[in-house]
Design a protein around this ligand. Structure first.
Ligand code: ZN
Length: 438
């Protein structure tokens, strides 16, 4: 039984994956499947879903939607060619996607001879409201299906959850009023904590302290739109998957460095959230039992040594009389060659690198992605983290370290992608990216 309880991978469409594998093998033999050996695989019947004609249709729909997204504006015939699907199948799926408003018809293509096809693109009239909730502020933004930002606003927050959520809702209402010609699909909220996939409540958010306040129902009731909550690190990882920057990578870990240290896991092409959505809490692994008290109630967690707040504390310990107000100020002072500021951030970077041993030992990723404050000075601190990582490897080469280009926008794009995935049924993972490319 332990096998079932511990190894289960929950992703946004865990059940459909079973049919996805068989589909991949059947559709187009690639180099990997060509070497697949025959054998028997034990299947856990509690979670299996048979490959019905419905699941095959869903996969084809995902492939068509992905091809529209990546090749737009694109003709139906080109989608048929790129996917290997029958033109009649492509046409039927496209009609459905147009009816559901995910895709729209646009210009007529100019071709030297023959029929001139109508080109398809994502329907950017459809928009998604997103929120990046942080302990002290929220960023509310409006994105279209192409992940373009149409509006963005910062909302200062108060500690009382009801008042804070009330302020976020007011901002979203104003944004909706300013875009009367758009069709609003839903709301995606990136949270600095873990969300139970079943109850959709925050189960762990040591830096936010909103308790069990029901954010989802409150916002849904006020806005009349469906709300999807997601963990900030998972949102960033999903944004990376959607951008295509992780195409071809099946094992990665993304680390967010801000008030705390969060992590998201891509294992064998799936985002892993696991029981109660709690997977990836490396930030609360104890490094030193005698260390400072952490927001989670324990002492000496990785995040109390490696977060942006840790860097501020290191500075205050060395020069308490003029401690910077926030991490941006501290990073700026370091850029200005303030030796105490450099020492404080370097110590944070060293601790970040050392803690990565937890990550590599547990998951052995190909890539470790960093998002957050310290990445703005990566040329200086990236090598510090890299050196620590290499010094702590158990075996083999260290994973590649990268930073995301999106910065804070990644959380917003990821929150929008969650809405898209859950509402359209459209899944984009490393696996599909590979499929779309083949
Ligand atoms: Zn902790």
């Amino acid at each position: 039984m332990a096998e079932k309880a511990d190894v289960r991978i929950t992703c946004y469409s865990d059940l459909r994956r079973f049919s996805m594998w068989s589909q991949q093998a059947r559709m187009k033999p690639n180099s990997r499947s060509a070497y697949r050996t025959r054998g028997i695989k034990r299947i856990d019947l509690a979670y299996v879903e048979l490959a019905s004609s419905e699941s095959a249709r869903d996969i084809n729909r995902d492939v068509v939607l992905e091809l529209v997204r990546s090749k737009q504006p694109v003709a139906r015939a080109d989608i048929a060619r790129a996917s290997g699907l029958q033109p009649s199948t492509v046409s039927a799926i496209v009609e459905q996607l147009i009816k559901e408003k995910w895709v729209k018809e646009g210009a007529i293509a100019r071709r030297p001879r023959g029929r001139r096809p109508t080109l398809l693109s994502l329907n950017d009239e459809l928009v998604i409201l997103t929120v990046d909730v942080r302990p002290k502020q929220a960023i509310v933004a409006l994105l279209d299906l192409n992940m373009r930002f149409l509006a963005r606003e910062v909302v200062p927050l108060v500690s009382d959850p009801a008042s804070a959520v009330g302020k976020i809702v007011l901002c979203m209402e104003a944004m909706r009023a300013n875009h009367p010609n758009r069709s609003f699909e839903g709301i995606g909220m990136s949270m600095p904590g873990r969300i139970d996939p079943e109850s959709q409540r925050l189960v762990l958010a040591p830096n936010l302290k909103w308790g069990s306040y029901d954010i989802k129902s409150t916002v849904q009731k006020r806005m009349g739109l469906q709300v999807e909550l997601t963990n900030a690190a998972n949102a960033c990882l999903l944004a990376e998957l959607w951008s295509g920057r992780l195409d071809g990578i099946r094992n990665a870990v993304l680390i967010t460095v801000s008030e705390g240290v969060g992590a998201a896991i891509l294992a064998n092409g799936h985002i892993v959230t696991s029981r109660s959505g709690l997977a990836g809490e490396f930030g609360h692994s104890p490094i030193d039992p005698a260390g400072p008290l952490c927001g989670c109630g324990q002492r000496g967690c990785w995040e109390v040594f490696a977060s942006s707040n840790a860097a501020l504390r290191y500075y205050a310990e060395m020069r308490p009389e003029d401690a910077p107000l926030n991490i941006h100020e501290l990073l700026h002072m370091a850029e200005e060659e303030d030796s105490v500021a450099i020492a404080a951030v370097s110590r944070q970077a060293t601790c970040l690198g050392r803690g990565l041993r937890l990550v590599t030992a547990a998951l052995s990723p190909e890539v470790i992605l960093f998002v957050g404050d310290i990445t703005t000075s990566w040329a200086r601190y990236g090598p510090v983290i890299q050196a620590e990582l290499e010094a702590t490897m158990l075996a083999g080469h260290a994973p590649r370290l990268e930073i995301t280009n999106d910065g804070e926008l990644a959380r917003l794009r990821g929150a929008a992608a969650v809405v898209l995935q859950r509402h359209s049924g459209y899944q984009r993972s490393a696996l599909e990216a590979a499929q779309a490319r083949n």
